[in-house]
Design a protein around this ligand. Sequence first.
Ligand SMILES: C=C(O[C@@H]1C=C(C(=O)O)C=C[C@H]1O)C(=O)O
Length: 284
Amino acid sequence: MPTALRIGRIDYLNVQPFFAALEHQFSQTNEVAYHRGHPSELNAGLKEGTLDLAPSSSFEYLRNAEHYSLLPGASVSARGAVQSVLFVSPIPLEQIQGGQKVLLTTASASSVALLKILWHFAWELEPPQWGTVDPGQGIASGTPFLEIGDAALRLFCNPPAGWYVYDLAEAWHRFTGLPFVFAVWIVRSGLDPSHNAMLHQVARTIADVSAHWPGPLETLLEQTTRPNWLDAASLRAYWRNLVPCLGPEEQAGLLLFAKYATELGLLPGTPGLNWALTPDSPTA
Ligand SMILES: C=C(O[C@@H]1C=C(C(=O)O)C=C[C@H]1O)C(=O)O
């Protein structure tokens, strides 16, 4: 009996337009199964082989590219401010001293590397002392921290009094002139060929959402359960602002990210972009 194609779902509003379409077309059956998690949990699932496909950290692709291929045409990116990847600090950036404790969310891989890159190359600050914090716990720590996803969007919508909020995609865009790719659609290598037909169909839906982003927005807004801190206008603006594609500019942004990460010793080198569903890929 064939097993289901196991699709990871980032537990954030940024991928809701993709998953509204996927779940509409392919409901949870014995052909498709959805698994929710933070990006770091999906990264682990892809690496360990408990997930077959997921939008997950671009950095996970870069550090383990030999185990993966990429769905063409789709990503979670931003050209300028993203609103949901923030460095939040009780001290303004220019007053931060070397050795300052800075907490990195355990949910992320890409944004952790991005903050380290901006810290060194764009902001030219002295090395801090990096620590970790669980999502949503940063303010209580009283320490500068990195937040991503809905918890960050909440801080963007309701900025905490007395804290400075820096949007990392905006900082990256100012520094490089390129978009930043936070998530790519990663396919695990070695997928059983029995999944190929379903993978093709799922990939078509994902490419379609990307091409018509964010799709029938007003219907989507009506159908999505919003947290009580987020009004419809803010969610509309957030989705409109995200870049869901993986075109030449996004690819250039991704490769530049890999180059800086390599220079900083976060990656051994820049891998190639292996595409899924092409004639020479294992998932063709
Ligand atoms: C834009 C975002 O990007 C997310 C950030 C990720 C990371 O830092 O590894 C991974 C997936 C993205 O969904 C967000 O958190 O809202």
